[in-house]
Design a protein around this ligand. Structure first.
Ligand SMILES: CSC[C@H]1O[C@H](OP(=O)(O)O)[C@H](O)[C@@H]1O
Length: 329
């Protein structure tokens, strides 16, 4: 399964707004179309939106568009996942070095291929931390639909199940956009991995039963001190996990670590339209004129994170020194 495919002159995106009930591909032939697709969650997931944006730059170069404008447009598509900015910075560096459309396509391909390799490496590293016979809980979607393939947190789960270490997976529905119910369950069922969907509000109760040994989540931006922005609801999972003695693992490629952001309070949290909270599948479910607040990320303090798994290595208790060491600082 994959979220996107470069087709030589266009970027095909699996429209994740329609999954799992309909598998429809959208073909983007311009940077503007890719920008809209990222903004509208046709494609979502921190690594996946970075990869899509890189191909958006290739489309702009092939069309002879002003590249600085295309970069700025793509960069503004969503604010929280640093992978978007990281990928565009890589493309901008190649542009500054004089890369033409073909060279930029090679860079976008490298970004995509490196992400897949990173996911498989993180799967190995993360699964090795999990004792045989473990139950895990995951939040949102961090699988093939959020990355170049295999997944970050879901990659660790795939590897852990394959190694016989994980015997039960629980996925939260992840209101309001339901990435867990619609996307993670879609991936796990297709992989024939035993998984049970739970309501977001059932997570602490499940932990209390002793059925969960690890909470395993992805990330959208990891600040220099280890504070981590991820899908809304992650913070309360971390609090409940600590209370119940459940270990908390964040899995993210190094492209998600942002040493330029000093701490979690400095991370911009995307707020999306209240309608996404007031409706389900486009059908209004809340009384007209009701108000809503719809932040779609929150920040988990580093102190609540037991381990961070990256392709560069595992960091126990992520902090400024440990993250700096990952990057040779
Ligand atoms: C593998 S990172 C996926 C990351 O992105 C998700 O957010 P969204 O679906 O809004 O793009 C969520 O935070 C996941 O953890």
């Amino acid at each position: 399964m994959r979220a996107l495919a470069w087709q030589g002159d266009r970027l095909a995106l699996l429209d994740q707004r329609l999954l799992p009930l309909e598998e429809r591909w959208i073909e983007c032939t311009s940077a503007a179309a890719v920008t809209s697709a990222i903004r509208d969650l046709v494609v979502r997931g921190a690594p996946a939106i970075g990869i899509a944006a890189a191909w958006g730059v290739v489309l702009a170069a092939r069309a002879g568009e002003p590249l600085e404008a295309a970069l700025a447009m793509l960069r503004a598509a969503r604010p929280t996942a640093v992978n978007l900015m990281w990928a565009l910075d890589r493309m901008q560096t190649r542009i500054a070095a004089g890369a033409d459309a073909d060279a930029l396509a090679l860079e976008a391909r490298a970004i995509q291929d490196e992400d897949l390799a990173a996911n498989r490496r993180m799967g190995e590293l993360g699964a090795a931390l999990i004792a045989p016979g473990s139950g895990v809980l995951t939040h949102c979607n961090t699988g093939s639909l959020a990355t170049a393939g295999f997944g970050t947190a879901l990659g660790v789960i795939r590897a852990g199940v394959a190694a016989g270490r994980i015997t039960q997976v629980h996925a939260t529905e992840t209101r309001p956009w339901q990435q867990g119910a619609r996307l993670t369950m879609y991936e796990l069922v297709r992989d024939r991995i035993p998984a049970r969907l739970i309501a977001d509000s059932a997570a602490a109760h499940l932990m209390r039963t002793g059925a969960v040994q690890w909470v395993i989540v992805g990330a959208d931006r990891i600040a220099a001190n280890g504070d981590t922005a991820n899908k809304i609801g992650t913070y309360q999972l971390a609090i409940a996990a600590r209370h119940h003695g459940v270990k908390f693992m964040v899995v993210a490629p190094s492209s998600t670590v942002d040493l330029a952001t000093p701490e979690g309070a400095a991370i911009e949290i995307e707020e999306r339209a209240p309608e996404e909270l007031l409706s389900i599948a486009g059908r209004r479910t809340v009384v007209e004129s009701a108000q809503a607040w719809n932040p779609v990320f929150d920040v988990t303090p580093a102190a609540l994170i037991d381990v961070l798994v990256t392709e560069r290595g595992v960091v126990a208790g992520p902090d400024r020194a440990a993250l700096g060491a990952l990057f040779g600082q």
